[in-house]
Ligand binder design. Sequence first.
Ligand SMILES: Nc1nc2c(ncn2[C@@H]2O[C@H](COP(=O)(O)OP(=O)(O)OP(=O)(O)O)[C@@H](O)[C@H]2O)c(=O)[nH]1
Ligand SMILES: [Mg+2]
Length: 381
Amino acid sequence: PHIQICLMQQQIKGWQRILSTSCANCAKNQRLRQKRVISEKKLTRYFIDHRRVSVTGGHGGQGINSFYSEPRKEFGGPDGGNGGDGGHVILKVDQQIKSLNLVLPLYRGFDGEKGGSKNCYGANGGYTYVKVPVGTLVKENGKTVANLAQHGEEYVAAYGGTGGKGNRFFLSNENRAPVTDTAGEPGQKRVLDLELKIMAHAGLVGFPNAGKSSLLRAISNAKPAVAPYPFTTLNPHVGIVNYQDYEQVSVADVPGIIRGAHLNRGLGLTFLRHIEHCRFLLFVVDLSVSEPWIQLQDLKYELDQYEEGLSKRPHVVIGNKIDLPQSKANLLLLKEQVEQRVIPLSALTGDNLEELLLHLKELYDCYVNAEQSHKQNSVKW
Ligand SMILES: Nc1nc2c(ncn2[C@@H]2O[C@H](COP(=O)(O)OP(=O)(O)OP(=O)(O)O)[C@@H](O)[C@H]2O)c(=O)[nH]1
Ligand SMILES: [Mg+2]
């Protein structure tokens, strides 16, 4: 009887298992794996926006010197095959890749195989693909040689060398038994600078602690770190603002700019590069600081020093921290000093965010119309 009871218990357990796997409620109770939040400091390790790579194409295979011979056909003629071509090193855009951290400092293409007797050609070296993110600029000696902006786009960074010729290649009426063969050529050798420019429609430009990250958190799905000290943000973050007509506008939060950024002070020059790619700019000014128009002048000066006319891109001035007591007076003074539109808001309390969102949509529509009128390829990322 004891064995019987044990067997029955096992059977019941088996049913439970069957029942539990078929139960839809159990699936509900299983928690979805959440996306890991990476701290800003760790993200700096992953987010690499500049890499110098040395690329060398594969070496061409050696041609072969050989003569065909078999019983009763002693002098069958030359039959040395050509060597294979060396493989290229190719940069290929992959939209799954977000940073240049996986790009190694050195790449060498596969060599072509040497030729064989009986007119066998050596195999060509395979291509070496290096995956790079969308928006990678390829520079050589400071000159831009490629702008990889589309998924799947390829750029041959280094051509492989051509394979050598076997002695069969040199067969002619004058020379019926050539003994010449040539070596394969070495592959092309280059040193390239890869630079990543993040792609966003709008860029938030402001001094450290102005509240750029808070604003991006308030209007989009992005979650950059916010803290009451300067240089909280060390990497660019991109957030997407969704509109009711299913249009999406991307906004980039770029680390704070300080006076002398164009001379590489603060976090400096590297981040001005990201602003360069934005179609319109959102200048974020801290209204709680006295004389906020000085901030605006400094920001524009830094942008213009980096690239002439960068501050003249379509832009809007955002007066942040309007909830603080001293901000109201500063806002009036700022409006007197600045002729363009100023949108006062508070990223913390969410006051007047609608005005910014509506204006952002206007800027985006203007940009789309301009693109269409130029009859260029659609650049809606
Ligand atoms: N009172 C008030 N505080 C704000 C507002 N917006 C941001 N802050 C505060 O200002 C501080 C800095 O905000 P961040 O969003 O980190 O500023 P940031 O411009 O991204 O700074 P960096 O990343 O260092 O360049 C934080 O303590 C925020 O809570 C606002 O509208 N009102
Ligand atoms: Mg920030």
